[in-house]
Design a protein around this ligand. Structure first.
Ligand code: IPD
Ligand code: CA
Ligand code: CA
Ligand code: CA
Length: 267
């Protein structure tokens, strides 16, 4: 870890905070959470608890480490500092609304622009995935390893359909091209949890058009520390145009399948 900051300590704090937020969310979740507002599209919803959870997380960070910067989905970017917290208070809000058991509190911690600690708490399942840069990815005391040596035609691939106006048609086109070439597709509804599924070998790979930094900051480190590669097209970093994650080998196969599909073309 970069000098002066202990990535393990940051990971421990991120875990504590994500557990506290998860407990609050479980305790306060109404039978059918109300949509407070929609953002880029009718699927892109916010509930009062997305905001409350981010407030809780920000409050805890400020109290323990007042000098740190924070980027959160609901509250945007605040503060400046070598350490920056990347927060998605509820990843999988649509699942949260409908009572489906796959949503997560995602907390990543950057030091000097590099994610060195990541925690994804998949609250309804009681699974807390953690990773420290260079020290592996873990779930309940077990070291995680992604699958290796799986060819595309035998691969179970998780995907998401990132929100944002005009994305759906191109996502459908891409899916029509991918589905016949893989074992099967899963659309879990939480990008952070999808990346942890790659880390745990529960799926072989993941791709999505549309994910934001807070969706993959923590999960991306967890997957990488479990042996997966995460990135965009042509050696780019993971980005909203396209984010791909899988073991080396399958990563390249997925990449080469997706690259000619012109993800820039929306209609
Ligand atoms: C969304 C989920 C979903 C993914 C979208 C994300 P949110 O996050 O991760 O699985 O497909 O790209 O925006 O809005 O529920 O935090
Ligand atoms: Ca959202
Ligand atoms: Ca999210
Ligand atoms: Ca969210």
């Amino acid at each position: 870890p970069p000098a002066g900051e202990d990535a393990r300590l940051l990971a421990r704090l991120a875990e504590e905070i994500s557990r506290e937020a998860g407990e609050m969310l479980l305790a306060k979740r109404p039978a059918r959470p109300e949509v407070l507002a929609t953002k880029s599209s009718p699927t892109d919803v916010v509930t009062a608890l997305d905001q409350a959870a981010e407030e809780l997380i920000r409050d805890r960070i400020r109290r323990t480490r007042p000098g740190d910067a924070i980027l959160g989905e609901e509250g945007g970017s605040t503060g400046e500092g070598r350490v920056r917290w990347i927060v998605d208070p509820i990843d999988g809000t649509v699942n949260f609304m409908y009572g489906l058991p796959e949503w997560a509190v995602s907390v990543g911690v950057e030091v000097d622009g590099e994610v060195v600690a990541g925690v994804v708490n998949v609250v309804p399942r009681g699974e807390v995935f953690t990773a420290v840069k260079g020290e592996g990815a873990w779930l309940a005391g077990e070291r995680l390893r992604c699958t290796t040596g799986v060819s595309l035609d035998r691969a179970l691939i998780a995907t998401g359909f990132g929100y944002g106006a005009g994305r759906r048609a191109v996502q459908a086109r891409v899916l029509a091209h991918v589905l016949p070439r893989v074992r099967d597709i899963r659309r879990g509804g939480s990008a952070a949890s999808d990346l942890c599924s790659v880390a745990a070998g529960r799926v072989d790979g993941y791709y999505e058009r549309g994910p934001q930094y807070w969706d993959h900051a923590a999960g991306g480190l967890i997957a990488a520390e479990a042996g997966a590669r995460i990135g965009g097209l042509g050696g780019r970093r993971p980005n909203p145009d396209l984010t791909i994650c899988a073991a080396p080998g399958l990563f390249e196969e997925l990449h080469d399948l997706l690259a000619p599909l012109d993800p820039e073309r929306d209609d």
